[in-house]
Design a protein. Structure first.
Length: 182
């Protein structure tokens, strides 16, 4: 990509894949628009990436539990002090209640998530997972989150597939908000 016109910072590769998939579904070509989507390898790297993006408009996604890291990094980059969630959003960073997968699972509902797992060839493994003593009786959303996050390669594959299964009227707000910023 040529010099980016804007950058979206996300925690991990699955977040980047989900965001790119949503952009395509929204009819956008982020590469052609020169919008970089960068997986930082965790929110604790935000300050480093903000310093690399000096002079370029930046937006981002983060997990709500990590909001204090985001506020601290934005403050350290000279973007304000005593930042509240609303201040952070005004700066273009949007929190997912737990994480992006949780947002997508909630937006889709159990039946649609199960269909996605089935389409990826994982329904048998998911049923086996559900029978494990520590997961029996837990909320289906928790089971989906853990199953998708704990199996090698599943998080990336599921990110795209979950976004592809979304009704575009039910896109989790943090995803739409961050795309609208760039």
């Amino acid at each position: 990509m040529l010099e980016p016109r804007a950058v979206i910072l996300v925690e991990g590769e699955s977040d980047a894949l989900a965001l790119r998939a949503l952009a395509v579904r929204r009819g956008r070509n982020l590469d052609a628009e020169r919008v970089g989507v960068v997986a930082m390898g965790g929110v604790t790297n935000l300050a480093t990436y903000l310093s690399r993006c000096d002079g370029v408009p930046v937006a981002g996604l983060y997990d709500a539990a990590e909001e204090h890291y985001v506020a601290r990094a934005l403050q350290g980059a000279g973007r304000g002090t005593g930042l509240s969630r609303k201040d952070i959003e005004r700066l273009g960073f949007f929190g997912c209640d737990r994480d992006l997968e949780d947002e997508l699972i909630r937006a889709l509902g159990a039946e649609a998530v199960e269909a996605v797992i089935h389409s990826l060839g994982g329904l048998g493994a998911f049923r086996t997972f559900q029978k494990q003593p520590q997961w029996r009786g837990r909320a289906i959303q928790e089971q989906f989150r853990r199953f998708i996050g704990a199996n090698s390669g599943w998080k990336a594959a599921a990110a795209r597939a979950l976004v592809d299964a979304l009704d575009l009227e039910r896109v989790p707000p943090p995803l739409d908000h961050v795309l609208s910023r760039v």
